[in-house]
Design a protein around this ligand. Structure first.
Ligand SMILES: NC(=O)c1ccc[n+]([C@@H]2O[C@H](COP(=O)([O-])OP(=O)(O)OC[C@H]3O[C@@H](n4cnc5c(N)ncnc54)[C@H](OP(=O)(O)O)[C@@H]3O)[C@@H](O)[C@H]2O)c1
Length: 208
């Protein structure tokens, strides 16, 4: 089986790739990156993978069985079409299964809501693709909040995940383990999982 990871030059894509490489059992792991040079340290085949380049995506997905789509970084409206470019290229290239990294959070009333809404649209596009799929809804990455701790202390609060917008924290390496499971375990297909970590609570619970 050949597994590909998009945005593999980024922190989440790279963490997922490293987890898959370390645990591979005869699979081929390849990376797609907008800037392939940024991912050369992974030591796997890296192909061009700009979400804005449909033909490039289609060519780079040749021979891929299972695809991990990392949500993009552009403005929420722009991301929807970028993600559709990846989904359509996967279908055209003969990919069998797609796993998407979505986000937790409320769809109205917070600063993150436009991002959450765009992720919900891509979730719908993945479900409607006709491909086998699994979707993870990521909690808040804790690493950036650790980096921002001095500014939070100066401000006197951490405003992330507060009030009606509460959701759990997670690390990217925990997410990498979860996505490796979603990629490989077909009994999880067709489901959407909240992914976060709490002591003594299972990190992933199916929500649909
Ligand atoms: N849950 C949370 O708390 C949280 C927080 C932040 C972000 N996120 C989401 O999680 C995703 C991954 O986060 P991260 O920490 O891994 O981000 P990151 O380290 O900043 O990496 C972003 C990645 O996106 C790639 N990229 C940007 N535009 C692209 C395009 N048009 N086509 C293809 N690739 C493109 C970058 O490629 P280059 O090497 O070419 O720049 C890079 O690999 C983000 O994109 C965002 O959707 C979630």
């Amino acid at each position: 089986m050949t597994i590909a990871i998009t945005a593999v030059s980024g922190q989440l894509g790279g963490a997922i790739a490293r987890n898959l490489i370390e645990t591979a059992d005869g699979e081929t792991i390849i990376g797609l990156a907008r800037t392939p040079a940024n991912a050369k340290d992974l030591g796997i085949e890296i192909r061009a993978g700009d979400y804005g380049q449909p033909e490039q995506l289609r060519a780079s997905l040749a021979g891929v069985d299972t695809l991990l789509l990392v949500s993009g970084m552009d403005a929420p409206d722009a991301r929807i079409q970028q993600h559709r470019n990846v989904i359509e290229a996967a279908k055209a290239a003969g990919v069998q299964k797609i796993v998407y990294t979505s986000i937790q959070g409320v769809e109205e009333g917070t600063a993150f809501s436009p991002v959450v809404q765009s992720n919900r649209q891509t979730e719908a596009d993945v479900r409607d693709s006709g491909l086998a799929y699994a979707i993870g809804r990521n909690g808040i990455y804790i690493e950036p909040d650790v980096e921002y701790i001095e500014s939070y202390k100066a401000k006197g609060e951490i405003a992330n995940s507060a009030g009606a917008g509460k959701c759990g924290y997670t690390t990217r390496s925990e997410l990498a383990h979860a996505y490796a499971c979603l990629l490989r375990n077909d009994t999880l297909n067709g489901q959407t999982f909240n992914l976060w970590a709490l002591p003594s609570v299972k990190p992933s619970l199916p929500i649909t």
